[in-house]
Structures are given as C-alpha cells and as structure tokens.
Design a protein around this ligand. Structure first.
Ligand code: ME8
Length: 511
C-alpha cells in the first residue's frame, strides 16, 4: 500500500486578491505535495477559500454586491491564480459548499451534545480584519488592533462559548509529548509560552442581529457560527471522514479509518498559528476527533522593510512576476529565498539574484552539456561510464531528504542547486573540449558526457517539485519520456538517447 499524505494550506479570505504571501504558502504546499508524490505517496493537497463572517459581509456591502457574488468572484480568482502558478491542488474547498456547512453543523452539535458549550455574555473588543477578539489590555493606542493597527469595535452580546479552558492541560501535554507537532521549534516555544497563562473559553457564535453571513447554529437559530470555527472544520470536511447526513453521531468523527483524516500537515503563516495550534486541537479534543499530525508555521513576507498592505499600495502581485519571468522563476524565488520559518523581504534585486542563479547555474549547465553532446557525439549520449558524479549525487540526495524531513525546503533547494554548481565544476575540471581534440581520449569524453546526461536527469527530478515546467522541458531535451523519479535518475543509463539543445532554459532578462 502506498503511503498517504494529506496536506493543507489555510483557506484564504474571499475578500482580497491573492498576493505573494498567499502564493508562498500555496507553492510551499504544492512543492511538498510533489515531493511526496515523487516518492510514491498518494496525496491529497487541499486549498480553498474562507467565505463567511463580517469581513466578507462588509467587503460585499462596500462593493454593493451580495456576499455570495463576492465569494464566487474571489474563489474563481484564487483558483485561476493557483492554476497559473502550476499549483496542482487536488481539492479546492469553499466554506459556502453545502457539504461543508452540514459537517460544521454536525461538529458543533456534537460539541453541544458532549457538554462542551454554554451560553454566556461577551463584553470586549473585536477586530473585523483579523476576525478576533481582544481584551482591553491587548489594545494598541486609540483602541486599535495590536496585530493590524485598525480600529477595533466594542462588543457586548450574548454568545455561545466552548469550554476551551478544560483542554489546556491536555493540549500542553500533547505538545510536550510530540516535539515535532509544531514546526519550527521557535513557534512551538511561542505556543507553549502562550499556554503558560490560563486559557480562556472561546466564543463560538455571533448573534444574527449583528452578523448574518454565516452558518446558523443547529441548536440556536438566532446565532451563526464564529467564522474561525467554520473555517478550521474545512480540513475535516475535505478529508471525507464524516458523512454529514449521519449528523453529530457520524462514526467518522471518532474513527476516520478509510478517509484522509488525520491530516499529516497543516501549513500556515505564523499569523494564524494560535488558531491552528490552540483553537483547532482543543475543538477536536472536545469532539473526540484525532488531532492532525504536524503543523508548519512559516514566516512573513515583507516588502523591503515594510509590511505589505493595500493601503500602502506595496502589495506584490505574483501573477505580474509570473508574466514577466515565468511560473518556475516565481516558485523558485519564493521557496529558495525564504528560510522556512523565518521572515523574508521581497526586493526586485533579490528576485533577480535568484533568477540568475537558475539561469547561470542550472540553465547554463544544461546548455553546455546538451551542446557538447550535440557537437561531439551528433546529439546521442555516448555509452560511457555515467557515474562520474555519483558521490556528489548521493550526498545531495541525502541532504535533500534530511532537509525535507523537517520541511526546510529552502535548504533542500540550496542542496539541489549546489549539485548543479558541482556539475559545472566537473565540466571545468574535465575540459571536454580538450578531450574532444585528442582521439586517444575519446573514452574519457564519453564518460564526461554520459555523466553529465545522468546528472541532468537527477537535476530535472530534484527541481521538478519547484520548477515543474522547466524540469519537464529539460527531461524532454534529455530524450526522456518524462521526469524520472529520483531513484530512477540516480542509476539511469542515458547512453543511446538522442538529446536536443534548445534555447536557454531560463532566458536572459532585460532589467
Ligand atoms: O487568515 N507573508 O486568511 P488570509 C507570508 N481565512 N504569508 C502570508 C502573508 C505574508 N505577508 N500574507 C498572507 C486567513 N499570508 C483565514 C485562514 S484557515 C482555517 C483560515 C498567507 O487570507 C499565510 O499563509 O488572511 C497566512 O497564514 C495566510 O496567508 C492568511 O490568509
């Protein structure tokens, strides 16, 4: 049986357009999904849009459209952006889907039936942009949100609450017992630090008098479900564990056997780690549902030194970059530039540095090797010893596997690029142009060219998850019927294949 991997991105608010922050998370998930498929796993890769709550309701009102019209438009926009960036998601969920609404209602009913909900009153502050409550002492100057700086609203109303506090000890124990449950470690320590203070209960409903655009509570029609509870349950809906027609007693809640649940990896930005590492697992514990296996919280993209924001007008559009440099270049830049877990700064200069790495190291190696096979051997890879770089390949594959093991994708990609650098060094050291001049060294030249053909096949496989389009083109030029698996590539016998030189894989760009 192949191993199964279920990985998720956050579902993005259907109120704003995708920018490089959203693109980063989704490309990161896509690359991890492709690495998993490459090693033979069955994969479910989920993304989608978060479509309920006051944020959407107010944005729709501002535009003078119905909330669902806004959601339809934005969901289509996210989908098409992801398609243009070669993101091969398996499922795109929308929280306005009937199936999801039914699972959310069954989930909340289940919490109620198990005695974890109570009615109470809430008095405090709310930020619509972040869709979260704040206490007085958290607020910034002039009653602003400490996260986004926007004005918060005073709220006094009846809400249903989830007894989150009763699960605090169990959650702390789970995090301590599973050191790699939250990755990277700095984020794990942040969550543990947060959990040193007593955990409050969680308001999980909004009176319909204030918020209409949401899923009604199954046991109190005057309330809709808090958008974060609605949103988090998407991961369970898409897993197929729960048949919502069976209601809160659906067996899949407790025993998801045969479905994709539990998720192997939830990927998100550090901004929403608390909801994923505190609200979500405690809600699952309340419902008696197994917890996801890992959470990966990545860092934050800023532009130059500044936060990216619509009001500052500095939002970087991944599709504009894609148009200018191609899909693979955008994917490479984002994944190679940001150390998973740390913050990174977008600048056009850094983008070019990363682009030139593709062009001058990988692209140049391919161009040289293929040209020489064409020039010296009429375009047919000779039957030489292809193992001249086997040690370097082994070291690289070990480094890549180790880096992927703890989701350090940037390090895996750095190792892949180093192999291309090493292969360029091999060309310099072997001097095939000198070997070609000396008939006595024809066998050496065969070995050089066969080695380069094999290493290019390995590089096509290694770069495929991040640069799917150009890697497939490289494989085609190598005379392969498709990109090989890493196992096939490392022991490949390229002799006899007809190659094609082609234009540079990554053309020179005018700045
Ligand atoms: O929070 N740098 O949706 P959202 C890096 N709907 N990543 C960034 C980023 C940046 N500057 N900006 C956004 C929500 N992201 C909820 C999620 S999930 C059950 C509900 C990415 O549209 C990053 O992954 O505000 C962040 O966590 C996510 O977009 C927030 O997207």
């Amino acid at each position: 049986m192949p191993h199964r991997t279920y990985l998720t991105t956050p579902i993005y608010y259907a109120s704003g357009a995708p920018h490089i922050g959203h693109a980063y998370t989704t490309i990161l998930a896509d690359a991890l999904a492709r690495f998993a498929r490459q090693s033979g796993d069955d994969v479910l890769f989920l993304t989608g849009t978060d479509e309920h709550g006051p944020k959407i309701e107010e944005e729709a009102a501002r535009r003078g459209v119905e909330p669902i019209e806004l959601c339809d438009e934005m969901a289509a926009r996210f989908r098409s952006a992801w398609e243009r960036l070669d993101i091969g998601f398996d499922r795109f969920i929308r929280t306005t889907e009937d199936e999801h609404k039914a699972v959310v209602r069954a989930f909340v009913q289940r919490l109620h039936d198990r005695g974890h909900l109570y009615a109470g009153s809430y008095e405090g502050w709310y930020c619509v942009h972040e869709e979260r409550y704040w206490t007085e002492k958290d607020l910034g100057p002039d009653n602003t949100c400490p996260d986004c700086g926007r004005p918060v609203r005073r709220i006094e109303e009846e809400n249903w609450f989830f007894r989150m506090s009763t699960f605090q000890d169990a959650l702390v124990a789970h995090i301590r017992d599973h050191p790699d449950w939250i990755v990277p470690e700095v984020r794990r320590n942040e969550v543990l630090g947060f959990l040193e203070k007593p955990l409050g209960d969680l308001s999980i409903s909004r009176p319909r008098s204030r918020v209409q655009w949401g899923i009604p509570l199954p046991f109190d029609d005057d309330h809709v479900i808090y958008v974060w509870v609605d949103a988090l349950v998407n991961y369970l809906t898409a897993s197929g564990a729960v048949d919502p027609s069976l209601g809160p007693e659906a067996p899949g809640f407790e025993d998801p056997t045969g479905s994709w649940w539990p998720a192997d990896l939830h990927i998100m930005g550090k901004d929403i780690l608390t909801t994923h590492a505190v609200y979500w697992p405690t809600l699952l514990m309340g419902a008696g549902v197994p917890l996801p296996r890992h959470l990966l919280a990545h860092g934050w993209w800023v532009v130059g030194e500044t936060k990216m924001s619509k009001s500052l007008g500095n939002v970087i559009d991944p599709l504009q970059l894609q148009e200018q440099y191609g899909t693979d270049a955008v994917r490479w830049y984002l994944l190679r530039e940001m150390p998973t877990g740390s913050d990174a700064s977008y600048t056009p200069e850094r983008f070019l540095v990363r682009y030139e790495e593709l062009a001058n190291v990988l692209g140049n190696l391919a161009q040289r090797a293929l040209s020489m096979i064409v020039r010296y051997r009429d375009g047919v890879v000779p039957e030489g010893d292809a193992g001249g770089l086997d040690d370097a390949v082994s070291t690289t594959l070990d480094a890549v596997a180790a880096a992927l093991g703890d989701y350090r994708l940037h390090a895996a990609l750095a190792a892949a690029m180093d192999l291309a650098r090493e292969a360029n060094g091999y060309v310099e050291a072997r001097e095939p142009w000198a070997q070609a001049k000396d008939p006595a060294r024809a066998g050496d030249l065969d070995d050089t060219l066969a080695t380069l053909a094999r290493v290019l096949g390995v590089l096509a496989a290694l770069f495929h998850p991040v640069c799917p389009e150009r890697s497939a083109e490289l494989a085609r030029r190598l005379g392969l019927s498709g990109v090989q698996t890493l196992q096939e590539a490392r022991t490949d016998a390229p002799g006899g294949r007809t190659v094609e030189r082609g234009d540079p894989l990554f053309p020179r760009v005018d700045v």
